[in-house]
Design a protein around this ligand. Structure first.
Ligand SMILES: Nc1ncnc2c1ncn2[C@@H]1O[C@H](COP(=O)(O)OP(=O)(O)OP(=O)(O)O)[C@@H](O)[C@H]1O
Ligand SMILES: [Mg+2]
Length: 264
């Protein structure tokens, strides 16, 4: 597909070997379209994080990969960290507890953009403003434990977008937050990807949460892609029973125009 940023063709990932191997992705065919927001939906263990790690080139050594992962949207082989930004569920795992926030974001900006420390610090504060961190100048000097969960997630997003990646991957980035903060972070992600024309992969087990703002859905179950398509089409006419059950269990939370399949 010509407007694909990334194309997976019969893409499989197996952890371990032989009888003890776990197939985490089983012959997946999926395109990420340039500038689109794609939600990867699925229950625990369905292979969502494996897909995220595979895209970002972060699979562990014991993972055996088959099939193709092509990058028609990039003019060069993918450069992890530069072409992809990654936001995890627990920003504690990506933030360093003993470095000040400003230093961490500045380091990301310095490494990827070749800035001096002075320029990188200025860039870091600008990024904190961009992710609407309250009192960005104070946050620059704070340590991760001095921030709330939502604020830490803003910092993680600032670091992830420091290099202006073409693809932002958010793996359950809002799952640990309460619903109000969750909505704020989703608005923030939505705004950032629109402004920068980034392609977004938003991973969640919550179809209702994703459906409010993504363009496309891909539903996984037991390592298999069971359904993919425009969010509106999938919601109004799901092809698989599994997706229909997911939608039915969230029907009260889904936005009425999306359910009705009306143009947005
Ligand atoms: N490093 C690993 N070694 C062996 N098996 C793994 C490894 N990482 C993941 N798996 C297995 O691969 C399968 C898919 O895992 P994955 O983390 O991709 O699921 P997920 O959909 O992200 O789940 P969750 O919603 O709980 O985060 C699971 O059965 C998991 O146990
Ligand atoms: Mg996961």
């Amino acid at each position: 597909m010509s407007d694909a940023f990334c194309s997976l063709q019969k893409f499989s990932v197996v952890y371990g070997r032989g009888r003890n191997g776990t197939t985490a992705l089983d012959s997946v065919d999926l395109d990420l379209i340039i500038g689109e927001r794609l939600a990867i939906i699925g229950e625990s263990g369905s292979g969502k994080s494996t897909l995220a790690r595979a895209l970002a080139g972060l699979l562990p050594e014991e993972a055996k990969v088959e099939g193709e992962m092509l990058w028609p949207g990039l003019r060069h082989p993918p450069r992890p960290g530069r072409d992809f930004g990654f936001v995890f569920q627990d920003p504690g795992s990506s933030l360093n507890p003993v470095l000040r926030i400003g230093e961490q974001i500045a380091e990301a900006a310095r490494r990827h953009l070749g800035l001096s420390w002075k320029q990188a610090y200025a860039k870091a504060e600008e990024l904190l403003e961009r992710v609407r961190m309250p009192q960005p100048d104070r946050a620059m000097r704070a340590f991760a434990h001095q921030l709330s969960g939502g604020q830490r997630q803003r910092v993680a997003i600032a670091a992830a977008i420091a290099a202006k990646p073409a693809l932002l991957i958010a793996d359950e980035a809002t799952s640990a937050l309460d619903v109000v903060v969750q909505a704020e972070i989703i608005r923030l992600l939505d705004g950032l990807v629109r402004e920068d024309g980034m392609t977004l992969v938003f991973i969640t087990h919550d179809i209702a949460l994703a459906s409010g703002f993504v363009d496309r859905l891909a539903v996984f179950r037991n390592a298999k892609l069971v359904e993919k398509g425009l969010a509106r089409s999938v919601l109004s006419a799901p092809k698989s029973d599994y997706t229909a059950d997911l939608i039915a269990s969230h029907r009260d939370l889904l936005t009425p125009p999306l359910i009705a399949g009306a143009p947005s």
